[in-house]
Design a protein around this ligand. Structure first.
Ligand code: NCD
Ligand code: ZN
Length: 442
């Protein structure tokens, strides 16, 4: 007898009416007929998707918990259909040493209601091999705040790591970590030059923000990074690509043999710089929302590997400062799925592509072998969606501490109604149940 059976599931690409049997947190079988079981949930024909993996979240814990913490951030994840989140290292302190990395595993492990992985930051190069032993999701570098010399040294250090796919019988010089660098690509010098020109020229309208960090800053940085990646033979993952030219540079590099993958956020895919008019600094994020003629669109998703939310929560009070002093960042965990399901209802996107972008590809890129698809033996991580349910984005209903969104007022059709992590229900009809999330091991 198994622990749980999900009846009458409609799994895109697999089966229109089947039963998924769960045992010990794993998928035991996917069948036509219902098995004998302790607990049954009847989905009544609703769509069952693999749990979503958000490879780009800022949970702000430790140190910046007035913005978000692992409890509220992971509740936001559960609420939005995400069963795994990969957290960024720009907390306080930053996750740049093996000690800090271990501390963050403890903090997240005691509070998170969904499973999690951690990106490591890079400061001291001698910490890189130490952190590599602890299963980081990637080494994350913010190219908008470091020099080329530092980038060069960091690439060189990461390229020395020798990956050992089987962690058993591991030799001292081999690591479970598959060398991967995630990057925030905006050229530091161009950003500083353009920002100073506007800032000290007395301009303070939030609409100028896209010009303070222009498309060129991103494109120069992306070119630079793919060149470094080719040179050191490292897989690079480019976070939050915002312009179609950046995508073109990435695809050209890929054709030339560079190991490069990329990510886009829902806000860069669906909004443009006109959002500044209505939302001011609430729409401020890095890289900025772009003018219509440069920006990426939903139709570009065929050449994008993953959607990451860049859930970057801040306090409303600090977001209310002027354009130069308000912190950049938009919360995204609770809006991403319903915004994309709306695109599916409008026939702009397919379930097949959505599953690739938010489950299969993040699992593959960040080396999470037991997650990302509905198959026997995989973790029983699911999100149930109701494609007929309609609503309006209302930040006041967020689980996140950051109750703002430039999507406020957006009409959506298609919403997550239940989230399960390893067979445990963590969200049902908007209510979150606090189960214990686990640190992900490859
Ligand atoms: C991020 C944050 O707030 O941590 N902000 C953002 O605008 N995306 C940091 C960053 O990626 O620059
Ligand atoms: Zn970033």
């Amino acid at each position: 007898m198994s622990d749980l059976a999900l009846l009458n599931c409609n799994i895109p690409g697999i089966n229109e009416n089947c039963t998924v049997e769960v045992e010990n947190g794993k998928i035991k079988s996917i069948k036509k007929i219902g098995p004998k079981c302790d607990k049954i949930i009847d989905l009544k024909g609703k769509i069952l998707l693999p749990g979503l993996i958000d490879a780009h979240v800022h949970m702000r814990d430790p140190g910046l918990t007035y913005k978000e913490d692992w409890k509220t951030g992971s509740r936001a994840a559960a609420s939005g259909g995400f069963t795994t989140v990969l957290d960024m290292p720009n907390t306080d302190p930053k996750t740049t040493t093996a000690e800090r990395f271990k501390e963050k595993i403890q903090i997240a492990g005691s509070k998170s209601v969904v499973d999690f992985g951690l990106h490591a930051g890079v400061e001291k190069l001698d910490e890189i091999p130490k952190i590599a032993k602890l299963h980081p999701s990637s080494f994350k570098i913010f190219a908008d705040i470091v020099d080329n010399g530092f980038l060069m040294d960091a690439f060189n250090e990461v390229s020395k790591l020798k990956y050992n796919p089987s962690t058993q019988g591991q030799k001292a010089e081999k690591y479970p970590f598959k060398p991967l660098i995630s990057l925030h690509c905006e050229d530091k010098d161009i950003v500083r030059h353009c920002t100073d020109k506007l800032k000290f020229g007395g301009v303070s309208d939030s609409k100028v923000y896209s010009r303070a960090r222009p498309a060129l800053a991103e494109e120069v940085s992306v070119s630079n990074i793919v060149t470094m990646a080719e040179h050191s033979n490292i897989h690079v993952h480019i976070c939050h690509v915002s312009t179609s030219k950046s995508l073109e540079i990435i695809r050209r590099a890929e054709l030339a043999g560079c190991m490069v993958t990329c990510e886009a956020t829902p806000h860069h895919l669906l909004l443009d710089s006109s959002s500044f008019e209505e939302f001011g600094t609430l729409a401020k994020t890095n890289p900025p929302l772009r003018d219509g003629k440069y920006r990426i669109k939903i139709s570009d998703l065929d050449s994008i590997d993953i959607v990451g939310t860049d859930h970057a929560p801040h306090e409303l009070l600090e977001k209310g400062r002027d354009v130069w002093n308000a912190p950049p960042g938009i919360p995204g965990l609770e809006t991403a799925l319903s915004l994309l399901l709306t695109q599916i209802n409008r026939k702009e996107l397919s379930f097949k592509r959505l599953i690739k972008l938010l489950s299969e590809n993040p699992a593959r890129i960040f080396n999470i072998p037991k997650k990302g698809s509905i198959k026997e033996g995989m973790d029983a991580d699911f999100v149930v969606v109701d494609m007929k349910r309609e609503g309006v984005v209302d930040p006041k209903t967020f689980q996140s501490k950051a109750e703002y969104s430039p999507f406020e007022g957006f009409q959506v059709k298609g919403m997550p109604v239940m989230t399960l992590v390893r067979g445990n229900v963590v969200m049902d009809e908007g209510e979150v149940f606090e189960k214990k999330g686990k640190f992900i091991h490859s």
